[in-house]
Design a protein around this ligand. Structure first.
Ligand code: SAH
Ligand code: SF4
Length: 327
């Protein structure tokens, strides 16, 4: 599709037709299974300035935590106990993160568990990415958030789109299965911006693309802004499915956190991944990216049974394989 066709389908209108087509492409390329990625949020320290995010450095009121190596391994063991074969180790951009410490944890996981490892710890020097790849990490998740340079720089003061692009390029060069993604409904974002993001995803051939709605956090400069539209978010997911064919597309947690569980609608419109949270209770509520996150009070692992029932409602099953990209 060209930009104006993408904008046409992003606009409110005949979305049932769009969703039906995206669902057919999902079925053809990805099958009926819904892949699971267990997420462990191991630190909420962050020295970045992303204006939408509750973990940003300026949020001085947030109590910060950093798990120990033992706590991380214990959480990964919970993921393994639920037969899930991908763990996503995520954190804020913790200035005290010692790359060697994380490399040791990666090696430990690869020796103890049958588990693919996805990292999501932000913009780092190439040497760190290389160290972690050698230690056994398989994948890396770093959302571009928006490809519009002016908007990017407005909502990330002091940061640069160029550096983010540098990171994504290096991750690919180092052989990571690389994931990106965007936030829908950032203040000032247009449908043309979203269309360009989808074109970027298509051109870059990412292995995973996370697309979620903006949810305003009360302790940020964007507190008074409206949340992103979940329907528009699902249209963007559907178009990304049509344009990329076989990338992994999650029904994101943010999409499940706007009252109704829109993740199921996403599964019917091209999505094929869910990400149950395995951060220990007590830390999970401190990983405060945005308010009213889904399943913050549930016990770890409870989400898997719940997801099984939910995906059955839309005629699907959970897939417990590693779920490497079938390129
Ligand atoms: N620090 C790492 C990983 C943690 S943040 C990083 O930034 O890559 C993970 C994702 O949370 C971000 O990519 C962003 O898209 C999302 N996020 C943060 N605050 C949000 C908000 N208020 N609404 C919607 N998504 C948000
Ligand atoms: Fe930090 Fe990531 Fe939040 Fe940005 S999005 S403030 S890097 S945790």
């Amino acid at each position: 599709m060209n930009t104006s066709e993408l904008i046409y389908w992003l606009s409110p209108g005949d979305q049932d037709e769009l969703f039906r087509r995206a669902d057919a492409v999902r079925r053809q390329y990805m099958g009926e299974g819904v892949l699971l990625r267990g997420i462990v949020e191991f630190s909420n320290y962050c020295d970045k300035t992303c204006q939408y995010c509750g973990l940003q450095h300026a949020n001085a009121g947030l109590k910060r935590f950093r798990m120990t190596r033992e706590e991380i391994i214990e959480s990964v063991a919970e993921v393994a106990a639920h037969q899930i074969k991908t763990v996503v180790l995520q954190s804020g951009e913790d200035p005290a993160l010692d790359p060697k410490w994380l490399a040791e944890i990666i090696s430990l996981i690869t020796t103890r568990f049958d588990m693919a490892i996805t990292l999501s710890v932000g913009e780092r020097p190439r040497a760190d990415y290389e160290l972690w790849k050698k230690a056994g990490a398989d994948r890396y998740l770093l959302k571009i958030e928006t490809t519009n340079p002016a908007l990017y720089e407005k909502i990330h003061p002091g940061m640069s789109l160029e550096n983010r692009l540098r990171c994504l390029r290096e991750l690919k060069e180092l052989g990571y299965q690389t994931g990106s993604g965007m936030i829908i409904g950032l203040p000032g974002q247009t449908l043309a911006d979203i269309a360009h993001d989808i074109e970027y995803f298509r051109d870059e051939n990412f292995d995973m693309i996370g697309i979620g709605p903006f949810i305003p956090h009360p302790e940020t400069s964007l507190a008074g802004q409206p949340a992103g539209d979940p329907e528009l978010t699902i249209r963007a997911i559907a178009l990304t499915r049509l344009e990329t064919k076989n990338t992994n597309l999650p029904g994101t947690t943010a999409l499940g956190s706007l009252g109704k569980d829109y993740r199921l609608d996403a599964l019917k419109a091209g999505a094929n991944v869910l990400m149950p949270n395995f951060t220990a209770n007590g830390y999970k509520n401190l990983y405060d990216l945005y308010p009213n996150r889904r399943c913050v009070n549930e016990q770890r692992g409870e989400c898997v049974g719940c997801m099984e029932k939910k995906v059955a409602l839309v005629g699907r099953t959970l897939d417990f394989s590693r779920g490497n990209r079938n390129v």
